[in-house]
Design a protein around this ligand. Sequence first.
Ligand code: C2E
Ligand code: MG
Ligand code: MG
Length: 619
Amino acid sequence: MWLPVSLNRPLIWAALIALPACIWIPDASLRMVAATVVTFGLWDAWRQVRKQRLWMRLSQDAMGIANDAMVMSDVENRVIAVNPAFTEITGYESHEMVGRKLETLAAPRHDKTFYQHFWSTLKSTGRWEGEMWNRRKHGDEYPEWLKVRAVTDKRGKITHYISLFTDISAQKARERDLRRIGYEDPLTGLPNRRRLHDLMESRLRQLRAGESLDIALVDIDGLKSVNDSMGVEQGDRLLARFAQRLTSHMAGSVVGRLGGDEFMVIRTTTYDDHDKWIANLRDHMSSPFEINEQSLRLGLTVGSCRAPEDGHDSGVLFQRLESALYNAKRLGRNHSLRFRPALDKQDNPQLALVSDLRAALVSGDQLELYFQTQHHPGTGELVGMEALLRWQHPRDGMISPGEFIPLAERHGLMAELGSWVIEKACAQQAHWANTEMPMLTMWVNISALQLFHGDLESLLATCLKRYRLTPAHIGLELTESVLLDERAGDMGPRLKALRAQGYAIAIDDFGTGYSSLGYLKRLPVDKIKLDRAFIRELPGDQADAAIVRAVLSMAEGLSLEVVAEGVETKEQCDFLVKAGCHIVQGFYFARPIPARELEQRWLPKQPPTRSNAMANAGP
Ligand code: C2E
Ligand code: MG
Ligand code: MG
């Protein structure tokens, strides 16, 4: 063990000088004095050695119990001592390291400049701290967090180095996992939507003269029926297999999953064989998959485009791909369609409709809000209402929101359309506040796109201020898929903030989206609206009856209210009353109707007192 023994003590020097005097001085009494000095000197030296031994033992013990690896090295960085933590991390025993240069452990991850900087900092400031990669005895490389101090002598000359480090490979792996969660689809391990945007951008940036990108959006037809008939687990297995096959077939290309049953492939190429590439992809992916001892042959719908011909910007390309896929689906699925920039309006009724919708938004007079009331199923008491958008097309008549809302979402009109709805809903509430209409929470449907692209929170705040309303007047309906869409980021904090302000939040079409219910615990919501698919066959269908009862009891446990949607018959109503459901919405009580009709129905007949009505308005 390295330890300098200091001779810089007066007693020891005096003893050394007195030693010859003990022999040579003739005077006996002087010799006695010299002998006493030598004895004191020896005693002092012995005391010092004991102290140093104790110090050595203590520091050895300290090094032994430290979790951090410790290395002491000389001025040439040759190892003098290491502690057990060092052996544990690197695999090298102390005797294998002593005398060896510490840099022989370095992994070839850092370049010359890194080490130059390391040594110059250490020599000039006496310390260095940072991440460094080393190699263990059995060869694998690992990252460590290293602190080095230079030890100097009295004149300031470096004599030794003390290095302390911890193995940070576990921490790094955790960071990697966290990064992966944000960028990777957990089921298939493929890049997710966010990452695909980045990858597409980077491929676009790296395009050289003569190169193009072929991009395809591949949608598996009928995944839902696989889930329904074989179970979600088998559906997930199928997706994972599909991802594997697509990745191995498309070696060198980017392959990712956008969510659900949609995959994306991006290849950089110098060939002009887009259609052949797509045909080849389809061919390869349509040979059967063996799942659960069944052979499944999948239909694929593909929307594709080519950059830079069809766009230079990843946002535009994504939109065009989605539009191509959408149109391919309308051709009857299992089709491929390449985006055509010059798609003629007459060829494509969808695009004509989008253009009409744009015009409707500008003029505003073709759009209208209808209102469907919600009731207590037993008493019929009015407890709330939902605002539903209607489009009165000048030529085609009433167009259902089920048809034009997805179109608005695909063509970038949804934020504007959604804002129009919120503004009108607030204006209507403000108008009714000045009449004898019962004041109830008005539920408004919020599209995913309003959350990604629009600033929903500030729009709501502006409208409430403008119409002098409170958040209790407006409820927000979001579908399960919106709540869990990663494009919206983590919805938890946003919903919490909205709820803290007093808005009520409901999950719309509950039961049609996701199989995992974990999010119900996590997300702050007030109500769930049980989709009408579960109500339709009530009370006869045993399975639906069991589901409805289970949802009601689960909601009770979570202190959530349940609204049953699509209630059309008295029998359904009776069943729901018995099962403990307190709110229903459906044609049995009321269809969606314009504001005027609603007033006719509720204004003259039974104007309730305002205080009663507001009691119903809260979440
Ligand atoms: P939703 O939010 O689930 O709305 C309920 C839908 O069920 C409405 O269809 C309503 O007319 C219909 N409905 C209500 N009771 C019954 C019933 O007893 N039987 C049957 N068969 N149907 C019933 P609508 O108005 O066609 O709206 C369809 C969907 O369009 C809505 O589903 C909602 O997702 C969307 N939507 C409507 N208005 C808006 C809006 O302003 N913004 C957004 N983002 N989406 C909207
Ligand atoms: Mg709704
Ligand atoms: Mg619904």
